[in-house]
Each structure stands twice: as structure tokens, then as C-alpha cells.
Design a protein around this ligand. Structure first.
Ligand SMILES: Cc1cc2nc3c(=O)[nH]c(=O)nc-3n(C[C@H](O)[C@H](O)[C@H](O)COP(=O)(O)OP(=O)(O)OC[C@H]3O[C@@H](n4cnc5c(N)ncnc54)[C@H](O)[C@@H]3O)c2cc1C
Length: 506
């Protein structure tokens, strides 16, 4: 072995969940190393979060009812109780007092906003760039912390495991791999957007943490629940049009200029995300035309959503009607964890979007992901310190880095096949025969990738392999679940079809 690094707590990922875990562990006196494969630590989904972060606003029971309703009754009530118990203290302690995030205010109070599925205004935000205003100060704070080191452009490739215990990871920091040994390892690697051709996620979202954990034998759960956002910009390089826009009065219209959501759900444009996404897809059939009409907003579009307005202008949209289509947005399932973020493997934790806490069930309520990442990150980071660091160094695999050019081309080609398969067979609506077909295609693809990687290694090949493994796990979960619930909509099930429920009444 050429050399290695050590840490009391190793955190993989620099989004809100990884930052929260690092903060909590450092506060307990641990030496923390955060590695992120991004070249700038702020390049994470967290930075792109728009609408905001939910609070209970003094009424946890009503937030619990909304989380449960959005999940179609499938969320785990004990997990929601954990979220609600810690939510307001975590926001107060970390975001308001430690990081001094200046959320938008109205008069003497915060300017709480509302998004689909929320029965009241309870979401803190900074216009529609909330994630940036949370993550940047978080990273700055950790950067200045004497017990925390943040290492960018460093990808975790494999977990180091021995007899069911995780001892750290191998990173690609050196050409032949660089092991980092840690008392506890916290995976905070985010989502899986890159598995689909259209996603709101950054390019790093290749499902690495889920695949690494599963390959090491950790339990995963609820992976069939891939959430598609109803209102992504319809065009190349899609971006999100926050649900807060509909929360503040924007409405969806079809190719005939008619509102259609009242035909699908009593809450119309503010129905749960999965219902709206399927309705948008249905209305686009044959015309490819659905727009988000922002002329009905109670806010000023340009003044109150400057970042979104600018992106629209960049794409040549200067009127009130923005073309939208559903696109992959969030994974509700992930690495199975308990109320402290502990996985089924000793000394391995998972937090944030790569974890499955049970809070989201089959469909996530808007603005609860940042909150879940914050709460579970803090819990896991504090718990992880208790493992100590026994300094045990186990054998790390040798990585055979080769000329990067060939693997790049191979990975790019295979990624296209992977994305096409996921889009065709594991999208917004699923047919169980297609799901089985997807499993077969993905198994073949993984076989080709495994054969290729026997003699070559590079970050992009690892990402491809992780994406294949995660895609296969999604296909397996979908195949094992014939019931339509939330984001997993089985067209041949017969029940729960997203037909219009009531005739239009507006
Ligand atoms: C456009 C957009 C808008 C959103 N708006 C909201 C909102 O308003 N409210 C809300 O609650 N949620 C929102 N979400 C969802 C929410 O932002 C994410 O679910 C959440 O930020 C995930 O946080 P995380 O810390 O788990 O992961 P991320 O923030 O995605 O961070 C993952 C980190 O892991 C790193 N990483 C990945 N693999 C590796 C590896 N192998 N080695 C090293 N590092 C690795 C990445 O580089 C990155 O640093 C939005 C998401 C998007 C994409």
C-alpha cells in the first residue's frame, strides 16, 4: 500500500446532509474529513434547491398529516415523528444561529411560502434560490472549522469492508487509489438523476452511495419510488420551475389554453407531485404542449423569482407562459437507515437523498428533503463519533488506472443505453412486463461493464458501474411491487389510474 489517510468520521458528499453530519461530528470533538467528487464543493443538488425548507410553524401535527397525505399513506409515522421532533430546533440552531441564513421576511415575521401538498404556509425561503443561501455559508463555516477538512475533486469508489464492518473508502485521489480509514463512514452522496436522460439534478448524481452500500451488503429499500417533478422547463438542459410558483398562484394550462388540474384532483394545481406529473404527461400526449402560466401569480415573477426569470429569458421565453414537462427529480428510497442514520452495516451511515429514512414513503412532500438531510445529518454525525477510531487498516483493492480516453468513450456510450432503458421502462408510468425487460437489459449492460472494468479503472467507469447497479436495484424494486402507490404507477394494475376524478368546475 502506497499510503493512506485517516479520519474519526469520514463524510462522502458535501450537500446539506454531509455538511450537517460533519458539523455534528466536529461539535462532538471528532476529526472529520469530507470528500466530494465535485470540483467545487457547492456543486450539489442542495445548491440548486429553490422553493425552500419546511418548518412545522408550531403545528407538527398538520405537517405530519401533509407528509402522510403526499405519500399516499405510505410514509413511516415513526420516521415523520423524528423529523418533526428535531425540525424547528435544527433550523433555529444551524440555519438561523450558526449560519445566519437570512430567509425572506414579511413585516415582523418570515415570509413563509407554500408549495403543493402543504395545507398552510410554513416554508422558509430566500426568493427561489434557497439552497445556495444555505449551502454556501455552511461550506464556509466548515472550511473555517479546525476539526473539519473538505477535500474536493475526490470521488469515493469503493467501501472498505471486513467481516461486515465498514472501515472507510477508497478514493481516486491518487492514480492507484487512496484509502481513507475512518471510525465511521457517512454516505451523503445525493440522488440518481443521471440515470435518466432528463433530470433536474447535477451531473454528479450517479447513485454512487447506494451502489457502494448495496455492493458491500447493506440493505436498500423503496427504490421504485423515483419522483418526477411536474414542472421542469421543456427543452434541452431542463431546469426546475419551483412548486412555490404554483403555491403562489401560477397555474398549468394545456395546448388549448385550458386549466386541467381541477379535473384530476380536488387540490388542482396544488395536488401531490406524482398526481400533477402524470396529469401533465397525459395532457401533453399528442400535442407536447403544457405551459405554466405565471400571469396569475400573486407575486411579481421577475422581482420575486429572479433566478428562474433569468433562466427563462436565456431560453428565449419572455412572456407569461413557460413550456413544461415532467422530469426525474428525487429518489424517495435509498439505503435503509434507522432514526440515527445507521445502515445495516457496522459503522456505515447514510443520510440525505441517498438514504431511505421512511419519511417520504412512496412520494415526497415538497421542501422536506433539505429538512430531512439536515435532521438526519445532525443525528448521524453525532452518533458516528461514538464509534471511535480503532485505527484498523485493512487491505485496500488495487486500482488499475488506464489511459482515461478509452474508458470515457465507453462510459459515455453505455450511459446513453442506460438512460434510454430507464426512460422507456422505468419512467413516470410502468408496465410490469417492461420493468422485467429493463431488468434484462440492465443486467446485460452491467455484465459488459464488469467485463470492461476487469482490466481498466477510471472515475467515469466507476460512475457507470454504480449507475448500472443502482438502476438494477430500482428495476428489481419495481418488479417486486405490483401496486400503484405514489411515484410507482403501474399502468397494468388497473387500480389507482390517474383518470380525471371530477368534471372541470372552473
Ligand atoms: C433543482 C432542484 C431543486 C430542489 N428544490 C428543493 C427545495 O426547494 N426544497 C427541498 O427540500 N428539496 C429540494 N430539492 C431536493 C434537495 O435539494 C435534495 O434532495 C437535497 O439537497 C439532497 O441533499 P444531499 O446532501 O443528500 O445531496 P446533494 O446535495 O446532492 O450532495 C451530494 C454530494 O455527494 C457528492 N458525491 C456523490 N457521489 C460521490 C462520490 N462517489 N464520492 C464523493 N462525493 C460524491 C456530490 O458531489 C455532492 O457533493 C431540489 C433538488 C433539485 C435538483
Amino acid at each position: 500500500m502506497t499510503g493512506y489517510d485517516t479520519a474519526d468520521v469520514l463524510v462522502v458528499g458535501s450537500g446539506i446532509a454531509g455538511c450537517a453530519a460533519a458539523l455534528a461530528a466536529a461539535r462532538e470533538g471528532a476529526d472529520v474529513l469530507v470528500v466530494t467528487k465535485a470540483t467545487r464543493p457547492e456543486d450539489a443538488s442542495t445548491d440548486w434547491a429553490q422553493g425552500g425548507i419546511s418548518t412545522t410553524r408550531g403545528d407538527p401535527e398538520s405537517l405530519k398529516a401533509d407528509v402522510l397525505a403526499a405519500s399516499d399513506g405510505t410514509a413511516d409515522e415513526d420516521a415523520i415523528d423524528v423529523l418533526l421532533e428535531d425540525a424547528d430546533d435544527a433550523v433555529e440552531d444551524v440555519l438561523l444561529e450558526t449560519l445566519e441564513v437570512e430567509f425572506d421576511e414579511a413585516g415582523d415575521d418570515f415570509d413563509y411560502t407554500r408549495e403543493a401538498g402543504h395545507s398552510v404556509r410554513r416554508i422558509l425561503h430566500v426568493d427561489a434560490t434557497t439552497g445556495t443561501h444555505i449551502l454556501r455559508p455552511f461550506l464556509e463555516y466548515l472550511d473555517d472549522h479546525e476539526r473539519v477538512e473538505i477535500r474536493q475533486d475526490t470521488a469515493a469508489l469503493e467501501l472498505l469492508t471486513h467481516e461486515g464492518r465498514v472501515h472507510g473508502v477508497v478514493t481516486d485521489e491518487k492514480a492507484d487509489g487512496n484509502p481513507v480509514y475512518a471510525g465511521a463512514t457517512v454516505l451523503a452522496t445525493g440522488g440518481v438523476g443521471v440515470l435518466y436522460p432528463r433530470s433536474t439534478n447535477p451531473d454528479d448524481a450517479t447513485g454512487d452511495g447506494i451502489a457502494m452500500a448495496a455492493l458491500a451488503g447493506a440493505e436498500v429499500a423503496d427504490l421504485e419510488y423515483v419522483q418526477f417533478h411536474p414542472t421542469a422547463f421543456d427543452g434541452d438542459d431542463p431546469f426546475l420551475l419551483s412548486e412555490a410558483l404554483r403555491g403562489e398562484g401560477a397555474v398549468l394550462r394545456n395546448g388549448d389554453g385550458e386549466r386541467f388540474m381541477p379535473d384530476y384532483h380536488p387540490d388542482a394545481d396544488l395536488a401531490p407531485r406524482d398526481v400533477v406529473a402524470r396529469a401533465v404527461a397525459r395532457e401533453r400526449e399528442g400535442t407536447d404542449e403544457v405551459v405554466l402560466d405565471v400571469s396569475t401569480l400573486e407575486d411579481e415573477f421577475e422581482a420575486d423569482y429572479p433566478a428562474i426569470a433569468e433562466k427563462c429569458r436565456d431560453r428565449g421565453i419572455d412572456g407569461d407562459e413557460i413550456p413544461v414537462a415532467p422530469c426525474e427529480h428525487f429518489l424517495c428510497g435509498g439505503i435503509d437507515v434507522d432514526d440515527r442514520g445507521r445502515t445495516s452495516l457496522d459503522r456505515l451511515y447514510a443520510v440525505g437523498e441517498c438514504a431511505r429514512t421512511g419519511v417520504h414513503g412512496a412520494n415526497r412532500l415538497a421542501s422536506t428533503s433539505l429538512l430531512e438531510g439536515l435532521v438526519w445529518g445532525l443525528r448521524a454525525g453525532a452518533d458516528a463519533v461514538g464509534n471511535g477510531n480503532d485505527g484498523e487498516v485493512i487491505e485496500a483493492p488495487d486500482l488499475r488506472n488506464s489511459d482515461p480516453e478509452l474508458p470515457e468513450r465507453f462510459a459515455a456510450e453505455k450511459f446513453v443505453r442506460l438512460q434510454r432503458t430507464m426512460d422507456e421502462y422505468l419512467g413516470l408510468e410502468r408496465d410490469l412486463e417492461d420493468v422485467a425487460r429493463a431488468g434484462a437489459v440492465l443486467r446485460r449492460l452491467k455484465g459488459e461493464v464488469d467485463a470492461y472494468t476487469r482490466t481498466r479503472t477510471s472515475r467515469s467507469l466507476y460512475e457507470l458501474r454504480h449507475a448500472c447497479v443502482t438502476a438494477l436495484l430500482i428495476a428489481r424494486s419495481a418488479a417486486e411491487n405490483p401496486e400503484s402507490r405514489g411515484c410507482h404507477y403501474v399502468v397494468d394494475e388497473g387500480a389507482n389510474q390517474a383518470e380525471p376524478e371530477t368534471p372541470a368546475d372552473d
